[in-house]
Structure formats: structure tokens, C-alpha cells
Design a protein around this ligand. Structure first.
Ligand code: C2E
Ligand code: CA
Ligand code: CA
Ligand code: CA
Length: 273
């Protein structure tokens, strides 16, 4: 999506194979899709290797488009962010993921299961964010400790003090905070030590290079050691192979997510163990 002048977006969407000229048109298409229940959540398990149990699921958004089929977020998230649609869409993600988690908790008798939801930069700036989060949790019959929010470093850097305040308030109520894509941004150790997060997610790019370059192994080891010293947990994302898993285990990582365990799947295909 290219920004072209005042309030005009000229978007040629290669993936969708359509050219859309007006921001309003795109916005309307997205609202229609939400109304029409074309958005679905896929879930990917997060696994604790110590006792080989699923501890929770990351909710990952999909657009089940009547013409173009199942679309991943890279095809529409940017448009949603630029048009403001990300706010109602994000609210839907929160509500639906909480509803689904409650259903699984009851069905499997596993009330410790959690659900992780990705927040966008726009949502994070929303002054009603904590109200919306707590309402979604409450409406579903859950408590805040069942919800994890995933944020990125770039989201907090713009207004670090304000972000710390928001995160502190959410964590005080029991919401867990995970720092996504760690290592890909402008990580400053100084910032990290002051950031109220429970868990760091090592970006998949580092995991994929395990065994390929000496440096990436060193980075993974350094991240894990640092997190430990700061009292944070670590989730390795994008784990695809036994080799990667073994390496990560040796370095002291305990929590994993990736195709090795399961691809993101619709609710009926989700694994619980
Ligand atoms: P992310 O939060 O970093 O999510 C992880 C991405 O890696 C997902 O892509 C997931 O399908 C993929 N993945 C997980 N394990 C593996 C693996 O072992 N191998 C490979 N090749 N890929 C793996 P997905 O579902 O396409 O989502 C892309 C991004 O879209 C997410 O990156 C997240 O930033 C964003 N996103 C997804 N759902 C939402 C949402 O509800 N709200 C917002 N604001 N953003 C979302
Ligand atoms: Ca994520
Ligand atoms: Ca990630
Ligand atoms: Ca991401």
C-alpha cells in the first residue's frame, strides 16, 4: 500500500489481484467482511518441553475471502492499520479468541490454558485498550491471567513512558505480556530491562539459522541468558526441526512454538496434549 498525498491511498494489491483506489472503498470491504463473518482465527500451540504440555495458543488471523480464498495477515493487515479498521477488527480478535479459549478450557477440563493475541500499533495507542481487554475477558467468563498480549519493540519506542504505564496496569490485573519478534528491531538492553514484559519471543529468523552460522547460535544463547538474568521467560518461535529443538533445549529454552509441533490450524484441527 502506497501513501499518495492527502487522504488518498493508491493501492494496487498484487496478492488480491485487484486495484483499489479509494481508502473508503477498502475500508468498506473490510467492514463488510467483518459483518459477514469472513474473518476466522487459526490457533498455534505453545508447548512446554519440560513436561510436554500445551500451555496455550497464539491466535492468528485469517480472512476467508469468498473469491480469493484463505488470506494471511500480510495481505490485509497493513491496509487495516492505515484505514483505522484495525481497531474494530482487533476487538473482534480479542472477543473471539477469549470465547474460543473458554470453550476449550471447559471441554478439555484444562483451565490453565491461555490464549495469546497480537496487538497492532494502533490498538496499543487506543486509550480504551485496557477496558476493551478486560471486557473481552470478562464477557467470556475468563480471568485476565488467561490472556496474553503480544507486542513488539517498535510499538513501545514511540512513547516508552506511556507504554510502560499501560503495560504495568494490564500486568497488575493479571494480563501477561510477551515481546514478539525479539532481536529484529532496535533492541536496546537499557529499554528491555525497564520494559514490563513476562516473556520474550525469539524471532524465527534466529531459530532458522541455528546450525547454519556460528553467530546466530551465539545470538540465541545470548538472548536466553539475558532473559534469564532479567527474570523473563523465553519462547522460541518458528521451530521447524528436531535439530533446532535440541539446540534450544541445550541452551536452556523451555517454551516452543512452530511447525515442528503444529501449523496454525482452525479450531477443529487444534491439538491439545
Ligand atoms: P507473528 O506474530 O510473528 O506470528 C508468527 C507467524 O509465523 C505466523 O504467521 C505463523 O503462522 C508463522 N509461523 C509460526 N511457526 C512457524 C514455523 O515453524 N515456520 C514458519 N515458516 N512459519 C511459522 P501468520 O499467521 O501469517 O501471521 C503473520 C503476522 O501477522 C503475525 O506475525 C502477526 O504480526 C500478524 N498477525 C496475525 N494475527 C494478527 C491479529 O489478530 N492482529 C494483529 N494486529 N496482527 C496479527
Ligand atoms: Ca505473535
Ligand atoms: Ca513473531
Ligand atoms: Ca509480528
Amino acid at each position: 500500500a502506497k501513501y499518495k498525498g492527502k487522504n488518498r491511498y493508491e493501492i494496487y494489491h498484487r496478492h488480491l489481484g485487484i486495484a483499489v483506489k479509494e481508502e473508503l472503498q477498502i475500508k468498506q470491504a473490510l467492514y463488510y467482511a467483518l459483518e459477514n463473518e469472513e474473518f476466522v482465527l487459526f490457533y498455534q500451540p505453545q508447548v512446554c518441553e519440560n513436561d510436554s504440555t500445551v500451555i496455550g495458543y497464539e491466535a492468528l488471523l485469517r480472512w476467508s475471502h469468498p473469491e480469493y480464498g484463505l488470506l494471511t495477515p500480510d495481505k490485509f493487515i497493513e491496509i487495516a492499520e492505515n484505514s483505522g479498521f484495525i481497531i474494530p477488527m482487533g476487538e473482534w480478535v480479542l472477543k473471539e479468541s477469549c470465547r474460543q479459549l473458554k470453550e476449550w478450557q471447559e471441554f478439555y477440563g484444562r483451565h490453565e490454558l491461555k490464549v495469546s493475541v497480537n496487538l497492532s500499533a494502533q490498538q496499543f495507542k487506543d486509550r480504551y485498550l485496557d477496558d476493551k481487554i478486560l471486557m473481552a475477558v470478562e464477557e467470556a467468563g475468563l480471568t485476565p491471567k488467561h490472556l496474553v498480549i503480544e507486542i513488539t519493540e517498535s510499538m513501545v519506542l514511540e512513547d516508552f513512558k506511556g507504554s510502560v504505564k499501560v503495560l504495568d496496569s494490564l500486568r497488575k490485573r493479571g494480563v501477561e505480556v510477551h515481546l514478539d519478534d525479539f532481536g529484529t528491531g532496535y533492541s536496546s538492553l537499557n529499554y528491555l530491562s525497564k520494559l514490563p514484559v513476562d516473556t520474550i519471543k525469539i524471532d524465527k529468523s534466529f531459530v532458522w539459522n541455528i546450525g547454519k552460522t556460528e553467530q546466530d547460535g551465539a545470538i540465541v544463547r545470548a538472548i536466553i541468558a539475558m532473559a534469564e538474568n532479567l527474570g523473563m521467560k523465553v519462547i522460541a518461535e518458528g521451530v521447524e526441526s528436531k535439530e533446532q529443538l535440541e539446540y534450544l533445549k541445550q541452551t536452556g529454552c523451555h517454551l516452543y512454538q512452530g511447525f515442528y509441533y503444529s501449523k496454525p490450524a482452525p479450531p477443529v484441527g487444534v491439538v491439545v496434549y
